[in-house]
Design a protein around this ligand. Structure first.
Ligand code: SAM
Length: 318
């Protein structure tokens, strides 16, 4: 999975067309998503006492789409103070706003907000399955044919994670690499918040057959690790939360976005008479909002928000 996504000629690093050509994330679905994040930025900024520089760091930034939209939305009081940084293993796209810094590693000492939308599901992991004797073995996939076979047993770290976070499964996705990646990212925030948005599951509801799948050109395809498709698996979001060692809240995207002012309500019909163009714009926004909060789609994603060294202890998502 690591080689297929991030090796030479890998799906994300091979200089291809970028994630937006292959699958639709909340970032691509609507600028309303960036607008909601702006409201979160404002809450974190207030909790930090309006620092002279507010860091806004997007990890797994794709082509920088989220930061590009967010920068255009910043109100005067924030525009001069927000320092935007995209963290990405793919190269900087041509034409990106020069005010957005681009780097491969998460900067240390962040004071502000770190966001990672649909990053953790692309952090490579191993899959374990039961053999004919009921013993757990690692799943191997031939990149040439996509054929699965069983390899050796999971190691001690894998077994430790499985016993704590994905017990009694026939087939399980061993999530500790996501926990480590997330804990390392959160550790870079000196004061402020860190937010991961991703599809995932909680301990009581792990999917019996796992979630590993592939995407190419907008279609779901078999997750063959040959560099031609995205290979992704849902995130054990509670395990990632616990690994970071700071207070956190986990809510559905539907709930989070509603708390940040997105409700998907249709505009009043009499607006159509008074202001037909305004009505159409509001209707289109309502459609986009409905997609973002649809519980069977993007609204079912999880928001994992950590508070780091903030005096304020209340929820940021109410
Ligand atoms: C599914 S895309 C999400 C893009 C964007 N955040 C969005 O929501 O549309 C995941 C991105 O994470 C990037 N990525 C994966 N591992 C990374 C790492 N360790 N550091 C930086 N970027 C990484 C990939 O290159 C890819 O662009």
């Amino acid at each position: 999975m690591a080689a297929a996504l991030y090796g030479p000629g890998g799906f994300f690093t091979g200089g291809g067309s970028g994630p937006a050509q292959h699958f639709r994330t909340s970032v691509h679905a609507s600028p309303l998503f960036a607008g909601a994040l702006l409201r979160l930025v404002e809450r974190v900024d207030a909790a930090l006492g309006h620092p002279r520089t507010f860091d806004l760091v997007d990890v797994g930034a794709g082509r920088g789409e989220l930061l590009a939209v967010l920068r255009t939305l910043l109100p005067a009081g924030l525009a001069g103070r927000v320092r935007c940084t995209a963290v990405e293993v793919a190269p900087r796209p041509a034409g990106l706003d020069p005010a957005i810094a681009w780097r491969r590693d998460v900067p240390e000492g962040i004071v502000g907000l770190l966001v990672a939308t649909e990053w953790l599901d692309n952090v490579p992991l191993d899959v374990a399955d039961l053999d004919d004797h009921g013993r757990l073995r690692l799943v191997l996939v031939d990149p040439a044919t996509g054929k699965e076979t069983l390899g050796g047993p999971p190691d001690a770290a894998d077994l430790f994670w499985l016993s704590r976070w994905w017990p009694r499964a026939a087939r399980a996705e061993i999530g500790w690499p996501r926990d480590t990646a997330w804990a390392d990212a959160v550790r870079c925030v000196r004061r402020g918040c860190a937010l991961a948005v991703d599809y995932g599951h909680l301990r009581g509801e792990r999917p019996a057959l796992g979630t590993l799948t592939g995407f190419r050109a907008g279609r779901q395809v078999p997750p063959v690790p040959d560099g031609s498709c995205d290979v992704t698996a849902h995130v054990a979001i509670d395990s990632a939360a616990g690994a970071a060692g700071t207070p956190y809240e986990i809510v559905s995207q539907r709930k989070a976005l509603k708390a940040l002012g997105i409700d998907g309500a249709r505009p009043p019909v009499d607006l159509a008479r008074r202001d037909p163009m305004g009505y159409l714009r509001a209707l289109s926004a309502a459609g986009e909002a409905a997609e973002l909060i649809d519980p069977a789609g993007l609204g079912g994603h999880w928001w994992l928000l950590h508070r780091i060294n903030l005096d304020e202890h209340g929820s940021m998502l109410k």
